[in-house]
Design a protein around this ligand. Sequence first.
Ligand SMILES: C[S@@+](CC[C@H](N)C(=O)[O-])C[C@H]1O[C@@H](n2cnc3c(N)ncnc32)[C@H](O)[C@@H]1O
Length: 200
Amino acid sequence: MSAHFSVSNAAEVDMRLGTWLDLLVTWNAKHDLTAARSEGELLDLMLADAYALSAHLPEGARVVDIGSGAGAPGLPLALIRPDLKVTLVEPLAKRVSFLRTVVGAVGRIDIQLHRGKAADVASSPTKWDIALSRATFSPAEWLACGKTLVDPDQGSIWVLLAREEPPVLEGVELRDTLTYEWPNQGRARRAVRYAPVKAA
Ligand SMILES: C[S@@+](CC[C@H](N)C(=O)[O-])C[C@H]1O[C@@H](n2cnc3c(N)ncnc32)[C@H](O)[C@@H]1O
């Protein structure tokens, strides 16, 4: 898959990411949004997967992130790649309030927030170009769920992995694998892209 996107103003992106992370640290004192125990761990957890994916998504793609929690990876992706049309799906009210606060603070009200579960959006007719999720389902469960969310003609499901083997599912095929590290902790990561198999 080739990536086409405009490079946005890096200082502006950094400022918006900084606003999100500052709010996260403040809210985390009361609301259990992240288990990160150091600044390096927080930066890895919140930013590294989004940066790895950011160079590999087509321009203007409709992206859904299921189980966004404090935002990763969908929110930083939206901030790094303002051309993407991002929807964050999260069932817990406090987390949705946090995400709403961030979206307002960074002036990105185009980022859609949906309070609900994966099953709620899967049952709607809306389909996305890219489906993402991290630390919400097992890789196999996520691949099966993601398949129901994407456009069968042009959609992709990304599965984010640590040491697990990439899942296998009938009706989707593995198309790309990115390997990278969370820089501060040196943890090996893989992001694997699947696409629905087109009927012959
Ligand atoms: C461990 S957190 C991961 C948050 C974030 N994706 C990350 O990696 O930092 C899992 C999140 O998924 C949400 N969640 C749990 N079950 C879900 C479901 N069926 N559909 C959507 N979100 C769900 C939880 O409320 C929680 O915020």
